[in-house]
Design a protein around this ligand. Structure first.
Ligand SMILES: [Fe+2]
Ligand SMILES: [Fe+2]
Length: 213
């Protein structure tokens, strides 16, 4: 499958949309949000690095994942600086259940397992991208430094989604990737729909949003 074909697959995107009330509900929770942002970036770098050892050793694949891992570490460092300038003490944070619940849907046998894990990584990038764009909109005119920070990251996370999907498409035929993307996107939407609200990038919706649904 060519990268162009995969990008058209990704055009189907997420199976649910985050309402603007979600980002608005986080305006009073900057400390938790930025600490989590840093932890997520660090975890994203670790995920990309781990995939380097599991995916085909073709130079083009290795280059793409290595660049992705480095970019996530740059995001990590940038978020740390943002925390420091705002006197937000960096600390550990329990992982959100979101990623674990997504991974629970991965099929056990290879190469399906690797395909699913790559598509889950692509879905997490896609949701991060969507929610960072929502945060950028919600903080525009309120905290323009943060709005610009999230706006910058949105473009990178969108590219990361495509990288993971392209690698998955190097393992199995196009139709299989497209079908599995739809199934996992539906699963991701269900997981997010039942998670409780929390001041986290991948938390559930505020009660008011549920009430309107
Ligand atoms: Fe990132
Ligand atoms: Fe990313």
């Amino acid at each position: 499958m060519s990268p162009r074909t995969v990008r058209s697959t990704m055009g189907q995107g997420l199976a649910s949309a985050t309402p603007p009330s979600w980002a608005a509900s986080l305006r009073g929770h900057l400390d938790e949000l930025l600490i989590e942002q840093a932890q997520l970036e660090k975890r994203a770098a670790s995920t990309a690095t781990a995939f380097l050892f599991r995916v085909p050793q073709a130079p083009v694949v290795q280059q793409a994942l290595s660049a992705l891992a480095r970019e996530e570490l740059l995001h990590f460092e940038r978020t740390l600086r943002l925390c420091a300038t705002r006197a937000i003490p960096f600390r550990t944070q329990p992982p959100s259940p979101y990623a674990e619940r997504l991974k629970a849907a991965c099929r056990p046998a290879m190469p399906d397992r690797l395909v699913d894990e790559l598509l889950v990584a692509a879905l997490i990038e896609a949701r991060s991208c969507e929610r960072m764009a929502a945060l950028a909109d919600a903080f525009a005119g309120v905290d323009d430094e943060l709005a610009a920070f999230w706006r910058d990251l949105v473009a990178a996370e969108a590219r990361h989604q495509v990288v993971y999907a392209d690698v998955a498409a190097s393992l199995v035929p196009a139709a299989a990737v497209a079908a599995r993307w739809r199934e996992l996107a539906a699963h991701e939407a269900r997981v997010l729909g039942v998670l409780p609200w929390s001041p986290r990038l991948h938390g559930g919706l505020p009660a008011a949003a549920h009430g309107r649904a």
